[in-house]
Design a protein around this ligand. Structure first.
Ligand SMILES: C[S@@+](CC[C@H](N)C(=O)[O-])C[C@H]1O[C@@H](n2cnc3c(N)ncnc32)[C@H](O)[C@@H]1O
Length: 315
């Protein structure tokens, strides 16, 4: 057991007394999550179950709330307090070592938990993403201001002063990990980020496109080519572009706020590779669906245009 684990075991008995829960803020934050009746939720780093009644009220008896914490005594407190509440499971595990079920949760909620795994954030975010169902959401939230959170963890030592980063940095990390950030708020009384696992259908899994009859081709083409564009990847491309655009907004804010140049450059390079990947998807789609038709129709102009596009893209 490491020092932090021992700290929480020792603190479990007086946690609720010292924590001073604010029901108004917690209700508000749980509303922001947008849970539905019947949902399955993981309360990560659940402690004594402060959030449990709010989550249970949102998903009701037909849903499921899993309280996960590595502290035996913290979970024991929760078990005693909520013994009569149905649909609750208690998992005593270190979340970084535990093999969570895949595609299992509608939401994974981390209340006052992120700083405790911040050192392993990449591993953590990847694990949580795998454990989420499609369209499920990872929530990182605190019922206090970010500077208070960091002051608590800092305890006078400058080394840990950035454990909970500003929301735009956190949003950028989550977007880079492939999630779509739909809410990011940082106020004087709370911190809240919702990042969703949006559907991305790998190219290979797309259904066969339906080509139109020869006769209607010329009439419906508005592209200037003599063949019809049948793009199967439009939704995936739009999703990727939306992510890139959110990422760029976050970088703009970093520049405005005078953030460290090397952090900004890392983010710019992430956007750069994201743009190249989306270009590849478009190119592949174009080759497979437009050029195949163009070759069939002997449309040499379209083939020439493709050559020019490839030359520009790979320059
Ligand atoms: C600051 S407390 C928050 C508890 C609760 N969410 C709340 O807001 O009252 C952090 C909790 O995370 C748990 N914890 C820390 N690291 C953990 C890990 N790697 N795996 C599971 N639980 C962990 C601690 O035992 C503690 O109960």
């Amino acid at each position: 057991m490491d020092k932090e684990h021992v700290f929480f075991e020792n603190y479990a008995g007086t946690w609720d007394r010292d924590r001073k829960e604010n029901p108004e803020i917690l209700s508000f934050l749980v509303k922001l999550i947008g849970l539905s009746v019947g949902d399955t939720v993981l309360d990560a780093g659940s402690g004594t179950g402060i959030l449990l009644p709010y989550l249970h009220q949102a998903v009701t008896d037909t849903g499921r709330v899993e309280e996960l914490d590595y502290s035996h005594r913290m979970l024991e407190q929760a078990r005693q307090k909520f013994a009569s509440v149905p649909g609750i499971t208690y998992t005593e595990k270190d979340i970084l070592k535990y093999k969570l079920p895949q595609n299992a949760y509608d939401a994974i909620v981390c209340l006052n938990f992120y700083p405790h795994i911040a050192q392993y954030k990449e591993v953590f975010i990847k694990k949580m993403t795998n454990a989420l169902k499609q369209d499920g959401a990872l929530i990182i939230m605190h019922d206090m201001a970010r500077n208070r959170v960091n002051a608590l963890h800092d305890q006078g030592k400058k080394t840990l002063s950035c454990v909970l980063p500003p929301v735009d940095i956190m949003a950028t990390m989550l977007i880079t990990a492939g999630l779509s950030v739909s809410i990011a708020m940082d106020t004087d009384s709370y911190y809240f980020i919702k990042a969703e696992k949006k559907q991305y259908i790998p190219y290979e899994q797309y259904p066969e496109p339906h080509f139109q009859e020869e006769t209607s081709r010329q009439e419906t083409d508005t592209s200037g080519h003599s063949h019809v564009h049948s793009h199967t990847q439009t939704k995936a491309v739009m999703n990727r572009l939306a992510r890139i655009s959110g990422h760029l907004e976050a970088i703009k804010r970093m520049v405005e706020e005078g953030r460290d140049c090397s952090d900004i450059l890392i983010q710019i390079s992430a956007v750069d590779s994201a743009l190249v990947s989306v270009g590849k998807v478009i190119l592949r789609d174009h080759i497979d669906h437009c050029i195949v038709d163009a070759v069939k129709d002997n449309d040499m102009e379209a083939v020439d245009n493709l050559k020019k596009a490839i030359t520009t893209f790979i320059k």
